[in-house]
Design a protein around this ligand. Structure first.
Ligand SMILES: O=C1O[C@H](COP(=O)(O)O)[C@@H](O)[C@H](O)[C@H]1O
Length: 239
């Protein structure tokens, strides 16, 4: 790796507690979306699921934004019904979009097809209808080093991490987690004005340090986000 190829280190934002993180991240994303709206009629935000983003979703959803001009989509989705307990769509609708933000557009990554493979074309078309680059992408990270639904050693991973894969989304069947998934690919996740990795807890900080210290993205796919030169990545962490 030459000096010119060396990725910039992630920009770290550390907080005393999760509420302080959620409030600050909500302010940053609000300002990023307003910047987007100063350039274009609509702004787009891609968010992750799981447990980490809930306080952030509640903080952002009560923020002062013209929600009718904002579209929200997902970094990844589990292939379950939209009212299933494990649905990322359900989580976003009940938290982020549960109050003032109910007027936002929502672009789901789950279709009525029986599998992500069967639904991939429709998802791809939905995503191609968005204005790229997206304004902001908020990623989470699992304790196995997955991000979005890019799971360690998943058969689809080589394609998903290929900058030239030509797809915005890809079906993934994790070997180590429940549910088949639809995930944005790495080039789609990086195609944003603001890229944020949101993690909490001492265990996730250790996983993040482990990811920074190595370069095998097939073992820890979050490394593909952390060790790239395309888009600066901001890491938000609280204990
Ligand atoms: O399965 C998933 O896990 C990650 C991390 O979730 P967390 O519960 O540890 O916060 C999440 O970012 C992803 O969107 C989700 O589908």
């Amino acid at each position: 790796m030459t000096h010119a190829d060396t990725p910039a280190p992630p920009i770290e934002h550390c907080f005393e507690d999760r509420d302080a993180l959620a409030a600050d991240l909500a302010r940053t994303v609000t300002s990023t979306l307003l910047d987007g709206l100063s350039r274009a009629p609509r702004a787009t935000l891609a968010v992750s699921g799981g447990s980490t983003p809930v306080p952030f979703f509640r903080a952002l959803g009560t923020g002062d934004l013209p929600w009718a001009r904002i579209d929200v989509t997902l970094a990844d989705e589990r292939w379950v019904a939209p009212d299933h307990d494990d649905s990322n769509e359900r989580l976003v609708r009940e938290t982020l979009l549960g109050g003032d933000a109910a007027g936002a557009g929502f672009i789901p990554l789950k279709t009525s097809a029986p599998s992500p493979e069967a639904g991939a074309r429709e998802c791809e078309e939905r995503l191609r209808g968005l204005p790229w680059p997206l304004d902001a992408v908020i990623l989470g990270m699992g304790s196995d080093g997955h991000t979005a639904s890019l799971f360690p050693h998943a058969p689809a991973l080589a394609t998903a991490l290929d900058p030239d894969c030509g797809s915005l989304c890809i079906p993934v069947t994790p070997e180590t987690a429940p549910h088949a998934r639809m995930s944005l690919t790495l080039p789609a996740l990086l195609n944003t004005h603001r890229l944020i990795l949101h993690i909490t807890g001492a265990d996730k900080w250790d996983v993040y340090q482990q990811a920074l210290a190595g370069d095998d993205a097939f073992a820890m796919p979050v490394r593909a986000v952390l060790h790239q030169r395309h888009t600066p990545v901001h890491v938000y962490w609280a204990p």
